[in-house]
Write a protein that binds this ligand. Structure first.
Ligand code: PLP
Length: 371
């Protein structure tokens, strides 16, 4: 990694999550090889996008796919596709949505910082429901008009109090011919999510290529129903459309295909077992030491069925949690963690290389005593 060092960029040991701001995930060798292969030919980019997407759709048991420049780019082209529904002329005019159905309905407590991607396409956001008090089915029914382009639903059990259940949303929206877009960017594992939401009847399902799939960081998948995916594709790179500024390179197209193949070929129970062992090591190394108490926690911060270590800083801990976080971040390599409540940090195994759990536990102990 001479170039990073040359630039003065420290390596991060990522005990936080597949966070885009930390680089997403690390790609395995077959993905890197596919990207290098991609760099060696000129090709027809529209044909390549269709061929790669068709292969990914078949591998993931979906009718269709289009590869985007990330899950957030997937929100842009999905929103644009649901608004323009195959009209190239309308797609060219976006984000000017005059005369198009451009309202996108979403649940108030599923608002995320990625919503801006929907507005970038020209959509107007209509909020329903409450975090406290939930949502009545009639609220969704009332929100669906002839101006509605789609309903957006953000998957993950951490966001499931307040909105209606996805199956009910799909039933109500489907009854009115309104497509449901599921943002499942960080919802791998479990691997079944690649087809489960579409099987439930979602029109479009979005994943980050650079999170659980370990593909190129600036890729994403839009999977789902043939008709709706085609509408999204017409708004996607490499066409002159709202997705054009979020283009996907030929290297990335081959890379994400290799990543999907790699991910599907993994021994998923063995992967979960390795993460459990890493969590068990960190819990055992930190529990009862210097005022810390540690235990296994489940599920992950995004509601995925993956364990993590929950470390609580008791009154006897020599430093407070926030100071420990700053010291971990200041080290070389830096160690990044997630926090909760006033005194809790979470150590997540999914982005740790084998053996890095030892480094993380040792660094946590070291920063307690001033290092
Ligand atoms: C990470 C994330 C995104 C954005 O994904 P990118 O691939 O980085 O564009 C969108 N929605 C949710 C819920 C996410 O977690």
């Amino acid at each position: 990694m001479g170039r990073y060092e040359d630039l003065g960029i420290r390596r991060v040991v990522n005990a936080a999550a597949t966070l885009t701001r930390l680089g997403g995930s690390l790609s395995p060798e077959p993905v890197l090889a596919a990207m290098a292969e991609g760099a060696r030919w000129y090709v027809d980019m529209e044909a390549l996008e269709r061929a790669v997407s068709a292969r990914i759709a078949a591998l993931t048991h979906n009718e269709a796919c289009t590869v985007t420049g990330g899950a957030a780019a997937g929100l842009v082209v999905s929103a644009a596709g649901c608004m323009t529904r195959g009209s190239l002329g309308a797609a060219q005019r976006l984000p000017d949505a005059a005369g198009l159905p451009n309202r996108i309905v979403l649940f108030r407590n599923q608002r995320t910082r990625y919503d801006q991607a929907l507005r970038l396409a020209g959509a107007q956001l209509i909020e329903i429901g409450y975090a406290v008090g939930g949502t009545y089915p009639a609220e969704l029914e009332d929100a669906l008009t002839d101006q509605t382009a789609a309903v957006v639903y953000v998957a993950g059990s951490h966001l499931s109090t307040g909105p209606l259940p996805l199956a009910q949303v799909i039933a109500i929206a489907g009854g009115r011919g309104v497509p449901v877009i599921v943002d499942a960017a960080a919802q791998l594992p479990p691997v079944e999510n690649l087809w489960r939401f579409a099987e439930m009847g979602a029109a479009l399902v979005l994943f980050s290529g650079g999170k659980g799939l370990c593909g190129p960081q600036a890729t994403g998948l839009v999977l789902g129903r043939a008709k709706w995916v085609e509408y999204a594709r017409l708004c996607n790179s490499p066409r002159y459309a709202p997705g054009r500024p979020m283009k996907v390179s030929k290297e990335e197209l081959l890379g994400i295909l290799a990543a999907v193949e790699w991910y599907l070929a993994q021994d998923h129970p063995a992967m979960l077992a390795r993460w459990e062992e890493q969590v068990a090591y960190m819990v055992q190394a930190l529990d009862g030491v210097s005022g810390l108490s540690a235990r296994r926690d489940f599920p992950s911060e995004a509601g995925q069925p993956v364990a993590r270590a929950r470390v609580e800083f008791g009154p006897d801990a020599p430093v407070r949690r926030d100071q420990a976080v700053l010291r971990l971040r200041a080290g070389d390599p830096a160690v990044e963690v997630l926090t909760a409540e006033d005194d809790v940090m979470f150590l997540n195994p999914v982005c740790l290389e084998p053996g890095e759990e030892r480094l993380v536990a040792a660094r946590v102990l070291a920063v307690l005593h001033g290092d």
